[in-house]
Design a protein around this ligand. Structure first.
Ligand SMILES: C[S@@+](CC[C@H](N)C(=O)[O-])C[C@H]1O[C@@H](n2cnc3c(N)ncnc32)[C@H](O)[C@@H]1O
Length: 257
């Protein structure tokens, strides 16, 4: 799927905050090797490299568009193009950090244990994933894509919610790690703009659907979605739009050697 770094960064303050909340729970003194999985344009990777300035910090992403911006804005950091699901670094990690990326991958029952195998003893896997798939912003998108008008072109893009309940992650990970810190937060995001939730999803969830369409279909689908979104998330009298957004956090620490 192609990404648009500028669209993604329209609400960068709201997108950055959960990464900082996740980072605040990582209790590592002097990690040597850090990988940022699904690093995007490297905003969070750069914070990791400032926080642990002696560490080797590597940002991994599958999108060349996102990595191009990362390379330009943070030339001192090492960037790698690649798939998270195949990631098999020669040097194991003290910290695997992933903000808002693992929900793009399926099969978490195999993905998470595989990632834990990349950790050194005493290492940490720190993950934040949006868990907003049943919110109107996403439910409306999936319903529209499965309507008679769009089913042929877009129906195949509707996937089952990739993120599980928090206790599912506990049951999966607790036998494999020494310590688990799990939490979920709903951020009541105050957004500016006329159809602010549309602008938000244009940077993420809506992208695969628009990418799959051609010609007039693109604007027709977006217009239909935009009207339904405005009903679900009306602009308030002061011009702001309130967009509640749930996110799930996992900090898993492997046992010391
Ligand atoms: C929503 S952005 C988050 C970027 C960054 N972590 C941040 O917090 O700003 C998700 C990123 O994950 C990347 N991504 C999605 N699936 C991926 C995969 N299977 N392998 C590698 N990167 C992936 C996308 O290319 C995109 O840059």
């Amino acid at each position: 799927m192609s990404w648009n770094p500028d669209q993604y960064h329209l609400y960068s303050d709201h997108r950055l905050r959960p990464a900082i909340d996740l980072l605040s729970q990582v209790d590592l003194f002097d990690p040597m090797t850090i990988y940022d999985l699904g690093c995007g344009t490297g905003n969070v990777t750069s914070i990791l490299s400032q926080r642990w300035n002696k560490a080797i910090v590597v940002g991994l992403d599958s999108s060349e568009q996102m990595l191009q911006k990362a390379r330009t804005e943070h030339p001192a950091i090492e960037w790698m193009q690649g798939e998270i699901s195949n990631f098999d670094p020669s040097s194991k990690a003290n910290l695997l950090f992933s903000n808002a990326a693992l929900h793009w991958l399926d099969n978490h029952e195999t993905l998470f244990p595989t990632l834990l195998e990349i950790l050194r003893p005493g290492g940490t896997l720190a993950v934040q994933m949006p868990n907003n798939f049943s919110a109107p912003s996403h439910a409306i998108l999936y319903e529209l894509a499965q309507s008679d008008r769009w089913l042929d072109k877009l129906g195949h893009l509707v996937r089952p919610a990739p993120v599980h309940n928090i206790d599912w992650y506990y049951d999966l990970l607790s036998p494999l790690v020494a310590k688990l810190n799990l939490w979920e937060t709903k951020y009541f995001q105050v957004l500016d703009g006329k159809n602010a939730v549309l602008e938000w999803t244009r940077g993420t969830a809506l992208r695969p659907f628009l990418n799959a369409l051609e010609g007039d279909d693109v604007s027709e689908f977006e217009q239909e979605y935009a009207e339904l979104l405005l009903e679900a998330y009306p602009q308030r009298e002061d011009g702001a739009t309130l967009y509640p957004f749930s996110r799930l956090f996992i900090v898993a620490e492997s046992a010391d050697a």
